[in-house]
Design a protein around this ligand. Structure first.
Ligand SMILES: C[S@@+](CC[C@H](N)C(=O)[O-])C[C@H]1O[C@@H](n2cnc3c(N)ncnc32)[C@H](O)[C@@H]1O
Length: 210
């Protein structure tokens, strides 16, 4: 699915999406727990990659991070800029981050990589690894599939998305030089359809003793 289709789909529902997800952080204690764990470990600038209306970006700013947001959807970027004028939000693509090699202390991809077709995800994770400093942290939120299962496309309410088995995702992360260090798998909250997962990963550090 071309990225333009994803951008157009989110542009078309930007206002509704912003309304529907208004209480997203307040109603998700497990998400908040992992945002805190991430914030406590990150050193240096952080990118919220696929930031949508910017609520997670603002929450992580409130936890003390130097963070900016990036998204494909022009309408959502406008929404984020007007809601949080103190934060920086840029139009951009997860597949080609406008950051130099090793310049980010952390990247969050909170339900944003879910729209990337599985065959393209390895190159997106490679892009995350490129932009992260050694030891940099990556936080992923996504819809979970059964362990070992192939990524499963489903009719996400905005545009097609994929559920991922956490173990398969960890293999892709490892291939990109990112080690999964913490996992959270939870049952759906009321009104959710699927199990949800959070993974915290770390960019490999060079082995100074080798
Ligand atoms: C389910 S929403 C999540 C938004 C935000 N992370 C949140 O939790 O509120 C997915 C977001 O990812 C963005 N997105 C999807 N594919 C992207 C890509 N290739 N590059 C940048 N943003 C992307 C969409 O435009 C949308 O804002």
């Amino acid at each position: 699915m071309p990225d333009e289709a994803v951008a157009a789909a989110y542009d078309a529902v930007a206002e509704l999406y912003t309304d529907v997800t208004r209480d997203q952080v307040a109603t998700d204690p497990y998400g908040r727990a992992l945002f805190t764990a991430f914030a406590e470990q990150v050193r240096g600038p952080v990118l919220d990659a696929g930031c949508g209306p910017g609520r997670i970006t603002a929450h992580l700013r409130d936890l003390g991070l130097a963070i900016s947001g990036l998204d494909l959807s022009e309408r959502l970027i406008e929404t984020a800029r007007s809601a949080y004028p103190d934060l920086r939000f840029d139009l951009g693509d997860l597949s080609a981050l406008p950051h130099g090699d090793g310049t980010l202390g952390g990247i969050v991809s909170w339900y944003s990589f879910i729209h990337i077709p599985p065959e393209r995800l390895p190159s997106v994770f490679a892009e995350f690894a490129r932009a992260l400093a050694p030891g940099g942290k990556l936080l992923l939120g996504f819809f979970a599939e059964e362990p070992g299962a192939q990524p499963a496309p489903f009719d996400h309410r905005v545009i097609r998305a994929y559920r991922w088995a956490p173990d398969r995702l960890a293999e892709l992360l490892a291939a990109a030089g990112l080690t999964a260090t913490a996992w959270l798998l939870r049952e759906p909250y009321p009104k959710e359809r699927f199990r949800q997962a959070i993974v915290l990963a770390e960019r490999h550090r060079p082995d100074v003793f080798r």
